[in-house]
Design a protein around this ligand. Structure first.
Ligand SMILES: *Cc1c(COP(=O)(O)O)cnc(C)c1O
Length: 480
């Protein structure tokens, strides 16, 4: 399987890359995103054979379709040690940790697909845990090292740290906004004592931390000399890892491969639902992919109107489902590439508009009709919707959901069809967003026993001013 950039010119198919070659990188040199040269299509016999596989075996089967430069035995060992009941142990009452992503039925035809039973209680673990194992494997083979530099407002940074802790050849420098995360989020990250995890709290906000990361990564000499890398949401391996649980959820919800299901996906950077789209292209019988946004509705607007209008930072709302507070969706280019019939010239023209801060309008083009062919619908949710949904789900089913999952449930309700189960992806556990749960229900969410009192553990963090030079100096000092 070879990979091409969404912006590759016709002449550059010679520059296609293998899976391991794109694993550690970010964007393609031409600014595009990597995708498989052709999407693998499953035969009916394969789909039937996959139905009964355990999560790690299913992961191996799915990933084998995308990876041909890691020997099968090695890949099998990687999935076996990644998707264990021990790692996904935070499953709640009645769930089975060995299922990794158990299905929780709320009523006939409506279920939560639990993706947040991993170490940081958010679905980012599903992909990041695999990335940690793959990085360690590939770096060891090549005798290389990497220093991952990132900025986080919460979920991504902690998922990266828990995936990379103790991994040979990998060091993580994670910037976070000093004093602006919840006590729980801070404790999750800063209490890690692993030597290869370096927490840096910046006396500023998330955008300022992010700007430091861009400045350091933009210094080509520094980047090469200190082997600076990233694990952001456009990483192809993260998308591939997310394809697996669409299959798992489908098999758990149906009795035969003649049935269809729909998925509702709380969305921000379009990574999660992009994986659902790829599962569909591979031949998984998905009826509808329901995209749910919060007040930051740039994607909902596109799927309803054909107009893609990225917002400025000033137009981006701070909401109670903060992991979906995005102004433009970094993975969206992969979807548009498929929508325009895999024509990189069209993608280049559209993203010239996006990069110029304008966006684009497909409403009068034949591409707009294809959105329905691809089975996409969308909707958005507000703070009031979120509170009402959290209350209703608690009262009606006795199940407590987090704010992001509530957005998914709210939008899903408008798109249910008789005879087609709706699986809502549960992207985080309520304990991560305690304040809004208290606002909705008047009580605090239960906390897994292993996470009781983590706020009292000793913390390791260096506090720095918003200063690129100071961050560089810390990296140099740590790498000695
Ligand atoms: C990251 C995240 C999302 C959004 O996922 P995308 O892949 O960026 O669309 C939704 N919910 C939670 C809890 C998240 O952490």
């Amino acid at each position: 399987m070879r990979y091409l950039s969404t912006r590759a010119s016709a002449a550059s198919s010679a520059s296609s890359k293998s899976f391991c070659e794109i694993l550690l990188g970010g964007l393609a040199p031409d600014g595009g995103l990597y995708l498989p040269e052709t999407t693998p299509r499953l035969t009916r016999a394969e789909l039937d054979a996959w139905r009964t596989l355990s999560y790690p075996d299913l992961a191996f089967a799915v990933l084998s379709k995308f990876i041909d430069d890691i020997p099968a035995d090695d890949l099998k060992a990687i999935t076996a040690r990644t998707y264990t009941a021990e790692t996904y142990a935070y499953v709640r009452d009645g769930g089975d940790a060995s299922e990794v992503t158990p299905l929780r039925w709320l009523e006939p035809g409506l279920a939560l697909l639990e993706l947040s039973n991993g170490p940081t209680l958010a679905f980012k673990d599903m992909a990041m845990q695999l990335l940690g194992a793959l990085f360690e494997y590939v770096l060891e083979k090549r005798g290389e090292e990497i220093n991952i530099l990132g900025a986080t407002s919460g979920d991504t940074g902690s998922a990266a740290e828990y995936a990379m802790r103790g991994k040979r050849g990998v060091r993580v420098f994670m910037l976070s906004p000093h004093g602006r995360m919840s006590d729980f989020q801070r404790a999750q990250m800063y209490s890690l004592q692993d030597e290869n995890i370096v927490n840096i709290a910046v006396r500023g906000n998330f955008d300022e931390a992010q700007d430091i990361v861009k400045a350091v990564s933009g210094d080509a000499d520094f980047k090469a000399r200190y082997r600076i890398g990233a694990v952001n949401s456009i990483n192809w391996a993260r998308v591939a890892a997310q394809v697996i649980y669409y299959f798992k959820g489908y098999f758990a919800a149906t009795k035969s491969n003649d049935e269809k299901v729909s998925f509702a996906v709380p969305s921000g950077n379009f990574g999660n639902i992009c994986a659902g789209h790829i599962a569909r292209l591979m031949g998984l019988p998905i009826d509808t992919l329901v995209l749910a946004t919060n007040e930051n509705d740039v994607l909902d607007e596109f799927f309803r109107t054909g107009v893609y209008r990225p917002r400025s930072a000033a137009e981006t709302h701070t909401t109670s489902s903060p992991s979906m507070d995005i102004s433009k969706a970094s993975n969206f280019e992969r979807f548009i590439y498929e929508l325009v019939g895999r024509d990189p010239a069209v993608v280049r023209a559209l993203w010239a508009e996006v990069d110029a801060g304008r966006g684009f309008d497909l409403s009068q083009t034949p591409y707009f009709q294809r959105i329905a062919e691809f089975g996409f619908v969308s909707g958005s949710s507000t703070h009031a919707d979120r509170l009402a949904t959290i209350r209703k789900t608690w009262e009606q089913y006795g199940v407590m959901v987090d704010t992001h999952t509530a957005d998914g449930l709210k939008v899903a309700a408008a798109h249910r069809q008789a005879g087609v189960p709706m699986l809502v992806l549960e992207t985080a556990q309520p304990v991560k967003f305690e304040a809004t749960i208290v606002e909705a229900l008047g009580c605090t969410p239960p906390r897994p026993a292993a996470l009781q009192g983590i706020e009292q553990l000793p913390q390791r963090v260096t506090v720095l001013d918003v200063d690129v030079a100071a961050v560089k100096a810390l990296i140099v000092e740590q790498l000695g």
